[in-house]
Design a binder for this molecule. Structure first.
Ligand code: NAG
Ligand code: NAG
Ligand code: NAG
Ligand code: NAG
Ligand code: NAG
Length: 861
């Protein structure tokens, strides 16, 4: 029967074809005309796409499944009227308005059923940012039993401050599925006349700030009966922010919610009784039948609580049976909570909160989702990651990562090429371009000295053997099937993040504190900065190492020291190009060495060009700005991408990522895809004073501005001096571009502006910004020894009115419990729409380059 219901739902939503060929992330990210239109859904078939697009853009209205009141609904009600012979009557009973849409939970089930595991992961990550409850157990839709979603939650990382750390201002940051905490479950026995989900939302909402974690009947279309989502278990969390008066609880706690009656979903219920510290059962009547059912729980060690609706049932009978149950389930008087229509809601919620508090005080069992999976397996519940591809690749990754005891040492010993060897190489290479320390050595001689030095360093690199870990890494990305490779890289990311996270988050917290209190202690800050970079470890370091092996081999071949036929690494750029096509970010600029591995990047791009059969016109879009001000988040929100954020590590250098443009739109946009470049934050002003890092920032800015067609300058800053520093860097970069005849478009994004009328109010500021920029340009032109008069409009394409964006802060309220701010996603979406209009209208002054042109251009820069 359920099979039939599922088929019907999928048919209504026109999703049948995705039941076998699952939807992938690329299907959702691809730029097509639908992603640029903002129509409310009109037909049932629009709903899954509406949900997907909205949730990817962090739009907190994503779960609204109401259809726009269009012609179809109106007509139907007219037909209804005629059938019922009520002609011209104004008041009549019609149930059309409840049945025209679908329950949001049904949509969620259908979408998850039709998504592959990577898209599922992305959906859940974004839902978690919106503070939506997440699916924990998916009902048995196309499987004999329900499924626990563990893999789908693996990418979520949460940060919080338990009260025990409030004094020291420390915080915890951990992968959600590994975080152990008590779980409290809420279930229903029989029918219940008030909304359990609504009550849960009240319990979890911070004071004065209601949030709908769980879908409930008063949400748009939340009242539509569920077709397939019965037996769904959702989970949500409370995390403290370290503010004793405002936090509901001092420690994290998980709350689950079973949809449907426990009698029909006994497996789910059994699971919940085992993983939870307490189970709250909502009921109206408890009769012989319910008594028998519940008395089978007498072996259970969980605490049970009853929430009874006093009016609805037969209180005396219910109480009699509860008294019989009390010794079996070890119920005390406090385990029964009565509610009726006279009960004050706020008081009742407080009572529940304090009950939960007392459960948390009684040293309850603590479990993470990974621990729950063990119990689920015993009960015969399926786990989404229990299949061969996922488990074997996990083991491959373990073989690599089990050797990492200390990140700093591991990088020194096992990723040698990118250490001092490459950093020195980068220095010599730059000196070769600039010839600053030439002294009185004749130019030719100096050059050849430098070249010898480079060759010597490359030679040293080339002599290194591939380490065991690298061999395993290469074998995996080379020989695994695409699906397995995808799992492999994800596991690498999770494991490496996990290993590096603890030390990194400590360092980053320290860094932040130091930034605030900095006096003359720039030395210490610089040290910390260095430590952060040596403590970071991600897949990009492995890729970077491959790049260096490749580069070293290439220069040996050029010098004739290796025969062409003896090359080992020729296949590597092709592998990296495949990864790019599959949507992985690839490092363009190594932020640690502050250099581009030119041969490596060139060959990857050439391979890409070949794989695209020469159709590789791309539009390059870049974001620049101060570090940790949400540049990656901006890009991720705009395009649904996965640049690393909040994993305790900030972007170093610059990464590039491909977004495909759908065939139909290619002509309109004049390009085949979009190349998005995410850059490392420009340094905090304290650090910028250190000569080295200032130079690094300048180089980075010059290069990425040079490469891009559109540059977004992110101005999320609280104080004006920081902003000035960044602008100065940007201006210099644009000026250098002017010298070589390149004039990119520039968009300024002012983040963290809360006022709705910001654009009007800030007219004066914009004028001021322009004046400031013009001043800077004059000064910069002098420094760069340009004699002509240069205005702003000479060096960048910038429209005072149209190219300034005011974007409110990301969070609505105070993290970690704050959902994404509506205004944030709305403004980011507006910016995206504008950019595409801009491209479409050919307002851009230049035509997009294809890859060979891009490579030439990059080399000249
Ligand atoms: C839900 O969507 C419908 C149709 O798009 C719209 O009319 C309604 O205002 C929305 N409700 C909420 C609460 O956003
Ligand atoms: C509870 O008992 C009352 C009175 O017999 C009945 O009207 C009501 O439908 C029952 N409710 C449930 C959930 O069985
Ligand atoms: C974290 O730092 C400590 C102290 O510096 C070090 O002993 C430990 O090995 C580091 N852990 C990792 C995983 O690098
Ligand atoms: C935004 O403003 C809030 C409040 O002033 C501040 O705490 C937060 O750090 C700011 N965020 C950014 C990215 O500047
Ligand atoms: C969210 O989507 C709705 C419906 O398409 C749209 O009206 C609204 O402006 C969007 N809001 C945000 C915050 O993006």
């Amino acid at each position: 029967e359920r099979r039939k219901a599922v088929s019907e739902v999928l048919a209504k939503l026109k999703l049948q074809k995705y039941e076998s060929r699952k939807l992938r992330l690329n299907d959702v990210l691809e730029i097509d005309s639908r992603s640029l239109m903002d129509k409310s859904p009109q037909k049932l078939r629009d709903l899954p796409w509406h949900f997907l697009r909205k949730v990817m853009a962090l739009n907190v209205t994503a779960r609204n499944t109401s259809l726009r009141c269009g012609a179809t609904v109106g007509q139907r009600s007219k037909v209804d009227k005629e059938e019922q012979g009520i002609g011209e009557q104004i008041f009549f009973i019609s149930d059309t308005d409840t049945k025209v849409s679908m329950n949001p939970l049904d949509i969620l089930c259908a979408v998850l059923l039709c998504s592959d595991s990577f898209l599922q992961q992305e959906i859940l990550s974004k839902m978690s940012m919106c503070q939506f409850a997440l699916p924990l157990l998916l009902p048995a839709l196309n499987t004999p039993r329900c499924t626990l979603l563990l893999w789908a939650m693996r990418d979520i990382v949460r940060k919080w401050r338990p009260h025990s750390l409030a004094q020291s201002r420390g915080f915890k940051e951990e992968s959600l599925v590994l975080t152990q905490m008590p779980t409290i479950s809420f279930v229903r026995l029989g029918s219940c006349s008030f909304s359990k989900s609504q009550l849960l939302n009240e319990i979890l909402s911070p004071s004065q700030q209601h949030h709908d974690f769980f879908v409930h009947q008063d949400l748009s279309s939340g009242n539509v009966p569920r077709d397939i989502a019965d037996g769904f278990v959702e989970i949500s969390w409370f995390f403290p922010g370290g503010r004793k008066n405002l936090d509901l609880f001092p420690e994290p706690v998980a709350v689950t919610n079973l949809r449907g009656d426990i009698e029909s979903h006994w497996l789910q219920f059994s699971f919940l009784t085992e993983v939870s510290s307490a189970v709250f059962i909502f009921a109206e009547n408890i009769t012989e039948r319910e008594y028998t059912l519940l008395s089978s729980l007498k072996e259970s060690t969980t605490k049970y609580y009853f929430i009874l609706n006093r009016q609805a049932g037969k209180p005396s009978e219910t109480l009699a049976f509860l008294n019989k149950l009390a010794p079996l389930l070890k119920l005390k008087n406090s385990h029964m909570l009565m509610k009726d229509s006279r009960t004050n809601k706020a008081k009742f919620v407080e009572k529940l909160q304090s009950t939960i508090q007392s459960i948390m005080n009684s040293s309850p069992k603590k479990k993470g989702i990974e621990d729950m999976a063990v119990i689920a397996r015993e009960l015969g519940i399926q786990i989404d990651e229990d299949h061969v591809e996922c488990q074997t690749t996990r083991n491959y990754v373990k073989e690599i990562t089990s050797e990492i005891k200390d990140v700093v040492y591991y990088k020194q010993d096992m990723l040698k090429l990118q250490g001092d060897l490459w950093k020195n190489l980068a220095k010599v290479e730059k000196e070769l371009c600039r010839m600053r320390r030439q002294g009185d050595i004749p130019a030719e001689k100096y050059k050849s000295q430098l070249k010898d030095k480079m060759l010597e360093l490359r030679n040293q690199q080339n002599k290194c053997d591939l380490t065991d870990g690298l061999i395993k890494f290469i074998n995996s990305i080379r020989h695994l099937l695409p699906l397995e490779k995808h799992y492999f890289l994800k596991w690498m990311k999770f494991q490496l993040d996990h290993i590096a996270r603890r030390n990194l988050s400590k360092l980053r917290a320290e860094y932040k504190e130091k930034c605030k209190s900095v006096g003359d202690d720039t030395k210490k800050l610089a040290e910390l900065d260095k430590l952060i970079s040596s403590t970071s470890l991600g897949v990009e370091h492995f890729m970077r190492e491959l790049g260096q092996f490749y580069e070293a081999e290439c220069s040996m071949v050029k010098e004739g020291k290796i025969l062409k036929s003896g090359r080992q690494f020729t296949h590597l750029p092709g592998i990296a190009a495949d990864l790019m096509l599959e949507g992985f970010p690839i490092e363009l600029i190594d932020g640690d060495a502050s250099n581009i591995p030119l041969q490596w990047v060139t060959d990857i791009l050439s391979q890409l060009h070949a794989k695209l059969r020469g159709r590789s016109k791309m539009l390059v879009l870049t974001v620049l700005g101060v570090q940790s001000t949400g540049k990656s988040t901006l890009l991720n929100t705009m395009f649904g991408l996965q640049f690393a954020v909040s994993s305790g590590r900030c972007t170093r250098g610059a990464f590039m990522l491909l977004i495909q443009v759908r065939e139909m739109l290619k002509k309109e946009l004049g390009c085949d895809f979009l190349l998005v470049i995410d850059t490392e934050g420009l340094k905090a002003p304290e650090l910028a004073k250190l000569e080295d890092s200032y130079q690094h920032d300048n180089e980075l800015a010059t290069l990425v501005i040079g490469l891009s067609d559109i540059t977004i300058v992110n101005m999320a800053m609280e104080n004006a001096t920081e902003m000035k520093d960044i602008l100065q860097i940007v201006v210099h970069a644009f000026l250098r571009m002017e010298k070589i005849g390149h004039k990119p478009n520039c968009q300024f994004v002012h983040q963290n502006v809360s006022d709705v009328s910001a654009h009007e109010q800030n007219m004066r500021d914009r004028k001021h910004l322009l004046e400031q920029l013009n001043e800077m340009i004059k000064a910069a032109a002098k420094m760069e020894k340009l004699n002509k008069e240069i205005k702003f409009s000479d060096i960048m394409e910038y429209d005072l009115e149209k190219h300034n964006w005011y974007i409110p802060g990301l969070w609505h309220g105070v993290p970690p419990m704050a959902p994404v701010n509506m205004g944030y996603s709305e403004k980011v979406y507006e910016l995206k729409k504008y950019l595409f209009e801009f491209i479409k209208n050919r307002a851009l002054k230049r035509t997009p380059k294809d890859i060979p042109q891009f490579i030439e251009w990059m080399k000249s820069l």
